[in-house]
Design a protein around this ligand. Sequence first.
Ligand code: MN
Ligand code: MN
Length: 302
Amino acid sequence: MIKRRRQLGGDTRFAQASQRPPQLAQTLVGLLLWCGLISGCELLPPLTGIPQPTPEVHLLLGNPSRAVSDPNSPNNYLIMRPQYALSYNRDKGIPNWASWQLNPSWLGDLPRDPFATDTSLPATWYRVRTDDYTGSGFDRGHVVPAADRNQKPADGESVFLMTNIIPQAADNNRGPWEKLERYCRDLTKQGKELYIISGWAGSGGKGERGKKTAIARGKVAVPAATWKIVVVLNQPGLGIESIRNDTRVIAVIMPNVQGIKNDDWRSYRQSVDTVEHITGYDFLSNLPTATQTILEAKVDKR
Ligand code: MN
Ligand code: MN
């Protein structure tokens, strides 16, 4: 519904602009030129040659929970960084989801950073610390993986902020979850560009010290499962228009438990529809409804 309305709105604006009297258009052009000449005001971004990624690129496929960068929306709080977009949940102390582009331009070999408190959160909110996880029996699990962002120092720092971390059972994090992360990076080395959305569902996971629903004296929730959706484009820069009914989409849901370390990530494949069902989010919402219907019903078989 929202998507359709937005498209119609765009069409309407276009129609209005093209119906404007030519005199008005000329006046506007003249005004813009005059402004640029006498004041040097920046009407256009500087031509730098190489386009830099903007945070918007990480929401190419949509904003699954319609998160907003408003402190009055503390549990669906949008954080946009050059490296990724995520929805933060203050009361649970973890991100709801993160969304990011992956292609070889993000991959490097910088050493891992230390985990750090995210001081960008509103000052009155509790800010999760790295020692909130100490002794909990759960890994500090990156939602956007450290190895997906290690080309530039600022990128590496961004993924070690505690707003990108969830309590993840070691056998999930270091087992099939990590293998899928690695598989995604391998796809980019074959020339693909990926758009990845990842998060959690449910309450209560089983770590090295048993089942818990929260750690850090209740300040950090422990989810029951982790999920990931990967949309595979044939090469960097093709954009959303290149997504067709046969575009590869990989979705997985893995239990946040011990005992799965040696499992194949492929055994956890599900449809996007199932991830939408367990989370209540709408993924791929920037795609036409008909394309969503087809892509979201499939389970990857490759
Ligand atoms: Mn991990
Ligand atoms: Mn959808």
